[in-house]
Ligand binder design. Structure first.
Ligand code: PEP
Ligand code: MN
Length: 344
C-alpha cells in the first residue's frame, strides 16, 4: 500500500509511520517529492483493517493500495526517475550513459585496446563478458577470473567503470569484487535465485530482458532485486523472439516508452544482440535513444572478424565512432546530457 503524508507533516510523524510499517513486517520505502512525501509499505496483500490503522496515524493524508503487481519498481511508489551515478556520469532523469566494449574478454590486449578507444569516442562504461552464457557448451565460455582481472586493469588505466555478466548466485561475490556493475543476461532474467543474490549487493545491476518475457514479467524480475534492498537496477531491452528471422531478435523499441510509463528505473537499449549484424546496429541504437533510452550497451571489438563470440554484430572502431557522433547530435536535439569521461 502507499501512504501519502499530509503537506507539512513533521519528521516525527514520518518516523512513526516508518516504524509502524516495520512493526507489521512490511518494508518501508520513503520517497520525498517537492510537494508530497510518499511512503510505500511493501508486503503481501494489506487488509482493509491494516489500511485503516495507517490512515489513523498523525500526519497521514491518504492510504491507497498499489495497483501493480510490482511495487518498488512502480512509479506509484516513486513518482520521479531514479538517477544512478558512476565515476563517469549519470544515467536516468535526462542523463544518458553509453557502455561499450567487446562481447567477451578474450585477451588483455584486445580488452585494453577496446577500452582505450571506446573512452576516446565518449563511452562512459566498458562492457565485456568474463563469464559467457553460450548456447553451445563447446563454444568459448570466457576467461573467468583472468577476464575479471583484465577488466580491472582496463578500469585502472582508463577510469571507465566496468560491467560484466554474472551467471550464478555462487559467482556474485567474486564478480562484484571486480565489477562496477553486474549484468544479468537474457537467459538468466528469470533465474530468481540469481536475482535475489544480486539484490543483496550494493552495486548497480543491468538486467537484460528475457527473450520471451512480457514487460510485466520483466518488471517483476526487477522487483526481485529491489525487494532484497538493491535499488540500483537498470532495465535493458535487448530484443525478443518473434517470427522474424532476418534479425537475431526483434528490438522492441516500444518497450522503452512503455516501461518508462510504469517505472522510475533507468531503461537502456542493447542494439547489438537484436541486430545480430553490425550493419544494423547504429540505426537500432539511435532508435533506442530517440525512444527515450537512458543508456546503451553496445558491442565493439578491435578486430570483430576474429571475435570468439558474436563476431557478426560487433562494431569496428570506426563504426563505433560514427555511432557516438550521431548519438551526440541526437541527444543534443533531445535536450539530454551525455555522460562522458574526462579525456586526458
Ligand atoms: C551479452 O551482452 O553479451 C549477452 C550475452 O547478452 P544477452 O544476455 O542479452 O543475450
Ligand atoms: Mn554478446
Amino acid at each position: 500500500m502507499l501512504i501519502v503524508m499530509k503537506r507539512g507533516h513533521t519528521e516525527a510523524e514520518l518516523e512513526e509511520v516508518v516504524r509502524e510499517i516495520e512493526k507489521v513486517g512490511y518494508r518501508p520505502h520513503v520517497s520525498r517529492g517537492v510537494e508530497t512525501t510518499l511512503v510505500g509499505a511493501i508486503g503481501r496483500g494489506p487488509t482493509p483493517e491494516l489500511m485503516e490503522h495507517f490512515r489513523a496515524l498523525p500526519g497521514v493524508a491518504e492510504v491507497i493500495p498499489i495497483s501493480k503487481p510490482y511495487k518498488l519498481a512502480s512509479l506509484e511508489v516513486q513518482p520521479f526517475p531514479t538517477v544512478l551515478e558512476f565515476p563517469t556520469g549519470k544515467t536516468g532523469g535526462g542523463h544518458v550513459l553509453i557502455a561499450a566494449g567487446p562481447c567477451g574478454v578474450e585477451s588483455r590486449e584486445q580488452t585494453l585496446k577496446a577500452a582505450r578507444y571506446v573512452k576516446a569516442h565518449g563511452a562512459g562504461m566498458l562492457r565485456g563478458g568474463a563469464f559467457k552464457p553460450r548456447t553451445s557448451p563447446y563454444a568459448f565460455q570466457g576467461l573467468g577470473l583472468e577476464g575479471l582481472k583484465i577488466l580491472a586493469e582496463a578500469r585502472r588505466e582508463t577510469g571507465l567503470p566496468v560491467v560484466t555478466e554474472v551467471l550464478s548466485p555462487e559467482q556474485v561475490e567474486l564478480v562484484a569484487e571486480y565489477a562496477d556493475a553486474l549484468q544479468i543476461g537474457a537467459r538468466n532474467a528469470q533465474n530468481f535465485a540469481l536475482l535475489q543474490a544480486v539484490g543483496e549487493v550494493k552495486k548497480p545491476v543491468l538486467l537484460k530482458r528475457g527473450m520471451s518475457m512480457t514487460l510485466e514479467e520483466f518488471l517483476m524480475s526487477a522487483e526481485y532485486i529491489l525487494s532484497r534492498g538493491n535499488m540500483q537496477v537498470i532495465l535493458v531491452e535487448r530484443g525478443i523472439r518473434t517470427f522474424e528471422k532476418t534479425t537475431r531478435f526483434t528490438l522492441d523499441v516500444s518497450a522503452v516508452p512503455v516501461l518508462k510509463s510504469f517505472t522510475h528505473l533507468p531503461v537502456w537499449v542493447d542494439p547489438s544482440h537484436p541486430a545480430g549484424k553490425r550493419e544494423w546496429v547504429i540505426p537500432l541504437a539511435l532508435a533506442g535513444l530517440a525512444a527515450g533510452a537512458d543508456g546503451l550497451i553496445v558491442e565493439t571489438h578491435p578486430e570483430p572478424e576474429k571475435a570468439l563470440s558474436d563476431a557478426a554484430q560487433q562494431l569496428h572502431e570506426h563504426e563505433f565512432a560514427e555511432l557516438m557522433q550521431k548519438a551526440k547530435r541526437l541527444l543534443e536535439a533531445l535536450d539530454k546530457t551525455l555522460s562522458a569521461p574526462v579525456l586526458g
